[in-house]
Structures are given as structure tokens and as C-alpha cells.
Design a protein around this ligand. Structure first.
Ligand code: UGA
Length: 430
């Protein structure tokens, strides 16, 4: 590699911030991480990683000499020109994105023509323009601004950082900052797309909305498959082989979860509404997803008649495997609905139990998967963690009181489950 790598600052040490920081440190940059959460910064200084993301602890450990953690912007401003902003933009009560953390960063920036804000946080289209206006009003118009949306997925975040499908760099007018961001990403060899700021912001929202649409679409196809005797796995395979459609994000199940799809689809719908446009399609995507989260309840009711007093074991709680993230998880709706029907719900997740407890403190949590199976009338695969896919189904059948296995992710082997004398039911499988 020629010459030293550009040092960077990263403001906000959540999933996106830490992965960005670790990824660029691994490529050779000095990285100055800043967060207002003192306890988080303390833990990071001690070498602890506050989130569960495969491989992240190792990458941070091997780059510890290049990674600096602070609650103040001072070192980041002194040591770097590019300040990647990766603070949270959670939904407000009105459903659009809460930009208060982003705006606090803007307020804290000095009037400097030597620095740039590089926006990684997902923000509504138009935010960059508002921030530019704010900076002008505060006499800080010389500060550069780049939109560089993040497309990584939790659970495979480091891999997604290293091998992105594309890198989008949005800038209004040609400045030094866009070039510097492109140079940082250059070693990854990914297609680089340079746009204006508003288009970069919209690419991020539209990508998530499209992926969510694909999932709601295949979930509705799955529901029709159940009525017509078709198998959604075969259908998705056949549809996905059309290169115009592609095979990914066509797995039917109990609905998408996570903070991003839930938040961004709603934020885009409201962004459109606030600008006077009624985005009809996204309304349906959201509604289909909400109904899909409840679909397992009707399947169980059909098989067990009443759910009152029935023991239901939930295998998994996280919104997907390889994460402890419970935000927007379908398990939250499912557990609440089952309990409302009077079911005795017990749940096990290999990683997300602590996070789940914060949101559902009253739920009955098991320490081992065996404890949710024992005496259960029915078990439901909620999150397709690898350890659930290799269960000994004869042992499961012997331990359960009933015989119902609902596969909310179409991830189990129906033949193996049925061979153990259990009643298997997936989503959209005939
Ligand atoms: C999503 C996007 O995939 C990333 O590109 C984006 O950067 C990220 O949001 C973000 O905006 O930060 P993530 O939420 O980590 O990533 O997880 P996904 O792998 O996209 O899964 C989301 C949900 O959809 C999960 O609950 C998953 O189980 C579900 N899903 C996914 C399906 O039900 N079917 C599928 O075929 C694929």
C-alpha cells in the first residue's frame, strides 16, 4: 500500500460505528471513536466489545493500537479530517426518524474547512440539505458534508464491510471530502457510486424498502401457497432463478424484524407523506409484515384448538441468527400474542436472552434449549440459530408432551421432524 492511510473519526459506537471503525482500522487507519456513553467507552478501552457481532471482538483486539476511544471530540478533531457520523436515528412516536443525536453532532462541530461530516446514520432524504443550511446559519458553512450510507447486515457486518456490493458517496458539488472518502474505500475494490447528497440518502432508504417489499411479497405468496397446495420453497427457487429478480431475500417466514427495515420502511412512507405523496405500496408491506408475525398464532390455534394453558416453547428470540439484537424482533409480537391467548410461553435464545429480558422482563426464559422442549404442547422455531437445525428430533419427540412443531423460518428438515412422529408445519409449505 502506498503511504499512510487517512485517519478517521467515528462518532457513535453502535453496530455501524464499531464495524466501520474496526474495518478501517484493519485497513490501516488510525481511528478515533467517540461516544457520549461513558460506560461504553470505558468498556471499549478495557478491550470489551459491548455488542455481539461475529468476529468484531477479534478485529478490534488486533487493531487496539490504532483504535482510540473517548467521550470527547477533541482527539478525533485533532487527529482526523473525516468524521463518520454513526449515531442512532430511532423512530419518533410519529414514525419518522429522530434526528436529535445527529443534530447534536452538527452543533458540536467547530467552524472548520479542514473537516468533513461523513453521514453513515440512516437519515431521511433531505437531511443533508437541512444540515448544510444549519451549518451556514451557525457560521460553519466551510465544513464539508458527505453522505455515505451503510448497507451492512447485522450478523455478517464485517464481511459486508469488507465486500460491499457498492459504496455510495454523495456530495453536493465537488470537494476534497468526497475524494477522501472514495480513497478510503478504494482498497475494497467495490463499485463506487458518486451522487448528490439527496440521492445517496434515498438510495439507502429505497434499498431497505425494496428488500422489505421482497420479503412481504414472498410472505404473501407463501400464504397463498398454503391455500393452493404449492410449496413456497420451490416457488421462491423458481422465481429467484430469474436474474431480473434474484434469489436473495425470498425466504418466507414470520416477518422481517430488526431496527432497520421496521424503521426505514416507515420513515420512507412518512417522508413521502410529509412531502404530500401517499406511498401506497409501503403501507401494504408494513401491514403484511405485522400480520405475518401473528400467523403462527393462528396455526397453533388450528392445531391445539384453545391455547389457554398450553405450553408453547419458542426456539430463538433474536430478530435473526448471529445477533443479540431484539429491536423489532417478530418474537416480541408472537410471545405477547400467545400470552394474550392464555398460553404458557417459555423461550430460549443462545445469545439474545439478556436483551430480551430488558424488553419482556416477565417472559419465562430457559437456560437450555431442552428446557423449552420439555413438556411442551408445541414448539415454534422463531430464529434459525444453527443449534436448532441439528436437534435430535427423536429426543425432542420423547421430551415433548404434544407433537406440534411450527417452523417459522422454513429452516428445519420436515422429513426428519416427521420421521420422529412429530407434526411439522412450515410457512407456505403446501
Ligand atoms: C438490513 C439490510 O439488509 C442492510 O443492507 C442494511 O444496512 C441494514 O438493514 C441497515 O439499514 O442497517 P439487517 O436489519 O441487519 O440489515 O438484517 P437483514 O439480514 O436484512 O434481515 C432483516 C430481517 O428480515 C430479519 O428479521 C430476517 O430474518 C428477515 N428476512 C430476511 C426474511 O424474513 N426473509 C428473507 O428472505 C431475508
Amino acid at each position: 500500500m502506498s503511504g499512510p492511510r487517512e485517519p478517521i473519526g467515528v462518532i457513535g459506537t453502535g453496530y455501524v460505528g464499531l464495524v466501520t471503525a474496526a474495518g478501517f482500522a484493519d485497513l490501516g487507519s488510525e481511528v478515533y471513536c467517540v461516544d457520549i456513553d461513558e460506560s461504553k467507552i470505558e468498556r471499549l478501552r478495557r478491550g470489551e466489545v459491548p455488542i455481539y457481532e461475529p468476529g468484531l471482538a477479534e478485529v478490534i483486539a488486533r487493531n487496539s493500537a490504532r483504535m482510540h476511544f473517548s467521550t470527547s471530540l477533541t482527539d478525533a478533531l485533532a487527529g482526523s479530517r473525516l468524521l463518520f457520523v454513526s449515531v442512532g436515528t430511532p423512530p419518533t412516536y410519529a414514525g419518522d426518524a429522530d434526528l436529535s443525536a445527529v443534530l447534536a453532532v452538527v452543533d458540536a462541530m467547530p467552524a472548520s474547512s479542514d473537516h468533513a461530516l461523513v453521514m453513515k446514520s440512516t437519515v431521511p432524504c433531505g437531511t443533508g440539505r437541512s444540515i448544510a443550511r444549519m451549518l451556514d446559519e451557525q457560521g460553519k458553512g466551510a465544513l464539508a458534508y458527505v453522505s455515505c450510507p451503510e448497507f451492512l447486515k447485522e450478523g455478517t457486518a464485517l464481511e459486508d464491510f469488507t465486500r460491499p456490493d457498492r459504496v455510495v458517496v454523495g456530495e453536493d458539488g465537488a470537494g476534497w471530502a468526497g475524494d477522501a472518502v472514495c480513497a478510503l474505500y478504494e482498497p475494497l475494490g467495490a463499485p463506487l457510486l458518486r451522487t448528490d447528497v439527496a440521492s445517496a440518502e434515498m438510495i439507502k432508504l429505497a434499498s431497505n424498502a425494496f428488500l422489505a417489499t421482497k420479503i412481504s411479497f414472498i410472505n404473501e405468496i407463501a400464504n397463498v401457497c398454503e391455500e393452493t397446495g404449492a410449496n413456497v420453497l420451490e416457488v421462491a427457487r423458481g422465481v429467484g432463478l430469474d436474474q431480473r429478480i434474484g434469489p436473495r431475500f425470498l425466504s418466507a417466514g414470520i416477518g422481517y424484524g430488526g431496527s432497520c427495515f421496521t424503521k426505514d420502511v416507515s420513515a420512507l412512507k412518512l417522508l413521502a407523506a410529509n412531502s404530500g405523496y401517499h406511498f401506497q405500496l409501503l403501507g401494504a408491506v408494513i401491514e403484511v409484515n405485522e400480520l405475518q408475525k401473528r400467523r403462527v398464532v393462528s396455526k397453533l390455534t388450528r392445531r391445539l384448538e384453545s391455547l389457554a394453558g398450553r405450553r408453547i416453547g419458542l426456539l430463538g428470540l433474536a430478530f435473526k441468527p448471529n445477533t443479540d439484537d431484539m429491536r423489532g424482533a417478530s418474537s416480541l409480537v408472537l410471545a405477547a400474542r400467545l400470552e394474550a391467548e392464555g398460553a404458557l410461553v417459555r423461550a430460549y435464545d443462545p445469545v439474545a436472552t439478556d436483551e430480551a429480558r430488558k424488553i419482556m422482563p416477565e417472559l419465562d426464559y430457559a437456560e437450555r434449549v431442552e428446557d423449552v422442549i420439555e413438556d411442551a404442547d408445541a414448539i415454534v422455531l422463531v430464529t434459525e440459530w444453527p443449534e436448532f437445525l441439528t436437534l435430535d428430533w427423536h429426543a425432542v419427540a420423547a421430551a415433548m408432551k404434544g407433537d406440534v412443531v411450527i417452523d417459522g423460518r422454513n429452516a428445519l428438515d420436515p422429513v426428519a421432524v416427521a420421521a420422529a412422529g412429530l407434526e411439522y408445519e412450515g410457512i407456505g409449505i403446501g
